[in-house]
Design a protein. Structure first.
Length: 118
């Protein structure tokens, strides 16, 4: 995925941890902190994805690794585009998605916007 694109998750994690440290009765915050840490790890580890998005054409092609459920929940475009009738999968079950009519740099910005949900 995109390097450093999930800094908002990391900032929230730091904030929650400081709240936990200032309030020893903050058990619910500990659970939220763990969830935020787990999501951050999920986004930053490239082996935990279920979708490859090939963007661009000719010599300007980039493949993005993504999480289809997050894209579908955050974007009406992806919700429709990734519906069961439209999805193409590789033998390993990974969703293959191609979009040639957009540049990789523009798509990277769009994908960062969809993923930066916090």
């Amino acid at each position: 995925m995109i390097n450093n694109s999930f800094s908002s998750l990391e900032n929230i994690s730091i904030l929650i941890k400081s709240l936990i440290n200032s309030n020893k009765d903050a058990l619910p915050l500990k659970h939220i902190s763990k969830l935020v840490d787990d999501l951050t790890n999920l986004f930053n580890e490239s082996d935990h994805y279920d979708m490859e998005i090939e963007i661009g054409e000719n010599d300007n092609i980039k493949i993005f690794k993504a999480h289809s459920n997050i894209l579908k929940s955050r974007s009406s475009y992806f919700k429709a585009a990734l519906s069961d009738g439209w999805v193409k999968r590789a033998e390993n079950g990974v969703i293959l998605f191609e979009k040639k009519n957009i540049s990789p740099k523009i798509f990277e910005v769009l994908l960062m916007y969809v993923y930066n949900w916090l």
